[in-house]
Design a binder for this molecule. Structure first.
Ligand SMILES: [Zn+2]
Length: 142
């Protein structure tokens, strides 16, 4: 199948399954989305670009949205476990409504990059949760 295909980026015919490569794609306002879901995409072994055709656009959209959604669920779970907080508190920290946070958690909506990136920061950086609290006012003494 991939025999005659070439990498659109560097022209290499050295294509391998995306399972063997870390795959990330730019998407809408996301500079880069880490693809965490199972997929049948090929990637270039030489430059690591994903290789796909225009007809696969809808599949790529779904793959990206599923990957974003599974990471959002992971981030929310990490924050709740570490901070022993409720989901509505996370919504307060990132400045969205609890309803909207539920919608992006369920996958009914896909957030803009800024919201995703804020959740990622809260999940991966312990200090950011404390600082992003609307009640945090200690910066004068920090
Ligand atoms: Zn390439």
């Amino acid at each position: 199948m991939a025999k005659n295909r070439r990498c659109g980026n560097c022209g290499s015919t050295n294509l391998i399954s995306s399972k063997e490569n870390t795959l990330s794609l730019p998407w809408k306002d996301y500079p880069s989305v880490l693809i965490t879901e199972e997929n049948s995409l090929m990637t270039c072994k030489d430059c690591h670009e994903a290789v796909f055709s225009a007809s696969q656009g809808k599949m790529i959209d779904e793959l990206v949205m599923k990957s974003i959604n599974s990471q959002i669920n992971l981030f929310i779970k990490m924050i709740i476990q570490r901070e022993k907080c409720e989901q509505k508190e996370i919504a307060e920290h990132i400045g969205v409504s609890p309803e909207y946070l539920s919608e992006i958690k369920s996958g009914r909506k896909t957030p803009k990059f800024q919201t995703f990136n804020f959740l990622k920061t809260l999940a991966l950086d312990e200090n950011s949760f404390k600082i992003s609290s609307p009640n945090y006012k200690d910066w004068k003494t920090a």
